[in-house]
Design a protein around this ligand. Sequence first.
Ligand SMILES: Cc1ncc(COP(=O)(O)O)c(C=O)c1O
Length: 396
Amino acid sequence: MTSDEIMKKADEDLIAVYNRFPVVFSGGEGMYLFDNDGKRYLDFASGIGVNAFGYGDKEIAKELSMQLGTLVHVSNLYYTEPLSKAAEAVKEISGLDRVFFTNSGAEAVEGALKTAKRYYFNKTGKNDAKVIAMNSSFHGRTIGAVSVTGTDAYRSPFYPLMEGAVFADYNDLSSVEKLIDARTCAIIMETVQGEGGIHPATAEFIKGIRRLCDEHDILLVLDEIQCGMCRTGEFFAFQKYDVKPDILTSAKALGLGLPVGAFIVSERVAKNSLKPGDHGSTYGGNPLCTSAVSLSIRLMKERRVREHVKELTPYFEETLDRIVEGSDKVKERRGEGFMQGLLLDENVKARDIVSAALSKGLILLTAEGNVIRMLPPLIAEKEDFDRMNEILSSLL
Ligand SMILES: Cc1ncc(COP(=O)(O)O)c(C=O)c1O
């Protein structure tokens, strides 16, 4: 099929919830994707933070193909070795104690919310739990996840949502403190807000939240679906601060592009929350996806991805800072590691810049508040930042 035929057919046959860019991708290698007509695109999006190792990695293809030929799915009625091994690996990198594998990020958030509600119910015997979430947050598209997502456009068409979600301002501890009462079972936040415009938590805020949670026996849920798995230079962004969540959510780069997420909890939470029969998933934790989790973690260690991100971040940031200095259309840079955003002046639309960049062979993302968001594969090198700079600067 030609690209035009593929796009026309998809637009006719799929439910129209996405504003797709007019390009059909058919392959990739390293930092580059190729379209149906053979044009190359430098990727600064990683399929929205998923493809940490870029494209066409032979070792990944070989290992996953082997598992595909061995065993794909058996359900959670039985044990498999990939499941056991992946749980051990996720525990080790997170410093937490028990794992549940899901099929997506939103489902990991659902699991985290159910765990927190169950913890509260076990403690109080009451069904009136409240969750404090953050304005400008994003936690996914299912009803529970939307209920704690702090962007009205994602919420208002779907009322009534889950009861008991209230919103505070990110990086404003007193706004959180004001909302706490005896019904608060959890505080949920991203360690670095992604879709909401790339806002890293300040050390003061995240430590303050941990203190409030400890004082009031509230569970701290850190959503690291976008900012986790080495994107900020640590396996998880919270590891930069002297804090630990009670519940952690992960997905995206966890599984090398296979649909897998996880919620991970401390032993104390595990003992006092979900009981057999409370939660489940047919596919969740299948041998194919969990072998991808173990492989992703092993390769991140073997290929020293954390060290690479830490080493290259100053170059990435300096490159972006030069773009900010050189253009009156860019107001500021925000970010951590390989998760960066450029805030644009209101006279320029981030979506227009992202479209123009695409036609020049550079893939970028947007985020709320007129921000160009960059989530390059974690294998990006100096020459990739230089090329991104050339294309973006020519547009700005
Ligand atoms: C922080 C965060 N949480 C949750 C999600 C939802 O993940 P998924 O799209 O896999 O359901 C996303 C997706 O962008 C995210 O960035």
